[in-house]
Structure formats: C-alpha cells, structure tokens
Design a protein around this ligand. Structure first.
Ligand code: COA
Length: 147
C-alpha cells in the first residue's frame, strides 16, 4: 500500500465509530462512550489538533493533542500528543508519521517550540515510534498514587 493515498484531515464527530473500531482492534475493548467523550473534549479544545488519516474515505488512524503552557512547571507553549492509533491492518505504512507531521506543523503554527508525550515503559512499540520521529527521553518524570 502506498502512503500517497493517505489523506490527513480534521477529525469529526461522525468518525467516533471508526475510532472506536480502531481502538477495539488495537486493545480488544469496545468503548464507544469513552471515545465520544474524549473526541468531544479535543474538538472543543482545539479541532485542528484532532486528526484523522483516511484512505478512500475510510478512517485508518487518528491522533489527538493540544498546545498547553504553564503546566508541570513548563512555562513555554508545548504541543502534547496524547492519544493515537493506527488500524493494525495499516500499520507500518507511515500513517502514524503523516499524522504526527501534520500535528507538529499545527503545534508550530500555534507557537509551540517543543512537543511532548508520555509513553508507558510497557509499550516499547509506541516508544520506538516516537524515537523514529526524533523524540528523546525527557527529564519530566510521572508520579502516581492510588486513590
Ligand atoms: C505506534 C503507531 C501509532 C505507529 O503507527 P504506524 O503508522 O504503524 O507507524 P509508521 O509506519 O508511521 O512508522 C513511523 C516510524 O516509527 C517506527 N515504528 C513504528 N512502529 C514501531 C514499533 N512498533 N517499534 C519500533 N518502531 C516503530 C517505524 O519504523 C517508522 O520509522 P522510520 O520512518 O524511521 O522507518 C501504531 O503502531 C499504533 O497505533 N500502535 C498502538 C497505539 C495504541 O496502543 N494506542 C492506544 C489505544 S488507541
């Protein structure tokens, strides 16, 4: 499959079903309400940072993020990539890279000088993806406490 057929466009609420299905293929879980809430949140915050990759009208990947500043002691505007997924049938075809490049261009236009994300150590595939895109380990360390 060639990547020239892939188009990246803004995600729309009509894509919620497709995103839910991609997540189900990746994770095995069916969570339509969760995706409706999550996509609604990102579309309200910054619709240009909610992206779909489409081949022949079919959504095959998505990426959600936003630019924030003043959080976690980071003064500068920072683009955050927070949710992503590529249909397993289409992985390895540069779709994730196309989504990230489009999102990073948007972050730059919004004044962000850095882009950050968080990856669980138990997900080395996603870490490998970000390393291929030039991401490096950062000093920001996550902390957690059970409630
Ligand atoms: C990570 C993910 C987005 C990558 O998408 P993709 O379209 O397959 O990636 P690409 O083909 O654009 O690859 C871009 C680069 O990342 C690298 N890469 C991709 N997957 C990789 C992996 N599993 N391990 C190491 N490197 C990887 C590629 O080699 C490529 O590098 P190159 O351009 O230097 O050759 C995709 O595998 C995915 O959706 N994984 C599951 C995500 C998930 O669990 N989301 C939460 C639930 S929704």
């Amino acid at each position: 499959m060639t990547t020239s057929k892939v188009q990246v466009r803004q995600l729309d609420t009509v894509d919620i079903g497709a995103v839910t299905a991609i997540d189900e293929k990746i994770s095995g879980g069916y969570h339509p309400d969760e995706w409706e809430r999550r996509i609604g949140y990102y579309l309200r915050r910054d619709p240009d940072a909610a992206l779909a990759a489409v081949i022949d009208g079919e959504v095959v990947g998505f990426m959600l993020g936003e630019v924030r500043s003043g959080e976690f002691g980071l003064a500068e505007p920072t683009g955050w990539i927070e949710v992503l997924g590529v249909d397993p049938d289409h992985q390895g075809s540069s779709i994730g890279r196309r989504l990230a490049e489009t999102l990073l261009d948007h972050f730059k236009r919004c004044g962000a000088e850095k882009v950050r994300t968080l990856v669980d150590e138990e997900m080395p595939d996603i870490a490998g993806f970000f390393e291929s895109l030039g991401f490096e380990p950062a000093s920001l360390k996550p902390f957690v406490k059970s409630l």
